[in-house]
Design a protein around this ligand. Structure first.
Ligand SMILES: [Zn+2]
Length: 196
């Protein structure tokens, strides 16, 4: 008999303190069941391992949603955390979301943004469909606004470039249209995120 495995269920079962699955039906009762392709399995494994390692006994953490929308990974969570754990988890999630933008959603190899019949896709050359989407002139690839970590705690937001080889962010100057007259990044540049 062939045993069918589901990496999504394996991920949930490996991290019960993140997903809080129901024992009998983790795939239906758990809001965090990943709704994305197999290619993002590894980066989600890494993110969940980092989140698990960041949690202290007094912390609580819940995955609310993991899925692909318009070729991007959305990793939504809620937690009652120490400042240090929150900073580490925000970094782990930001790295996973940035990595997904340069990782083929089908196979996990290095990928980029394509557009097929109006639908954006993150794919490698082998699994590409449609046309590659060119970066807007004046912009760079892999640049994100992420929450800034100072002395292990979150402090505002900053502009960083993601390096897929090293799986790290490097600070870069923000685009001119992302900053106000004082050089501060405009909150409206940061998609749907509260920051402190
Ligand atoms: Zn691929």
């Amino acid at each position: 008999m062939r045993v069918v495995t589901d990496w999504r269920l394996d991920l949930i079962r490996a991290h019960p303190n993140l997903f809080h699955p129901a024992r009998r039906a983790p795939e239906t009762a758990c809001g965090g069941y990943p709704k994305c392709g197999d290619g993002w399995c590894e980066l989600l494994n890494s993110a969940c391992a980092r989140i698990g390692a960041a949690l202290e006994k007094s912390d609580t953490f819940n995955v609310l949603y993991i899925g692909e929308k318009l070729a991007k990974l959305h990793f939504c969570w809620r937690g009652n955390l120490s400042a240090e754990a929150e900073a580490k988890i925000a970094d782990a999630v930001a790295r996973a979301e940035a990595r997904a933008q340069v990782t083929c959603e089908e196979c996990g190899e290095e990928g980029r943004l394509y557009c097929s019949a109006g639908v954006p896709l993150t794919r490698c050359v082998v699994h590409a469909r449609g046309q590659p989407v060119q970066v807007t002139p004046g912009r760079e690839e892999n640049v994100h606004i992420v929450r800034r970590v100072v002395a292990g705690k979150l402090r505002g937001i900053c502009c960083r470039r993601y390096n897929r080889e090293t799986d790290t962010f490097v600070d870069v100057p923000p685009y001119a249209h992302w900053v106000d007259l004082h050089g501060e990044i405009l909150p409206s540049s940061f998609e749907g995120y509260e920051y402190g």
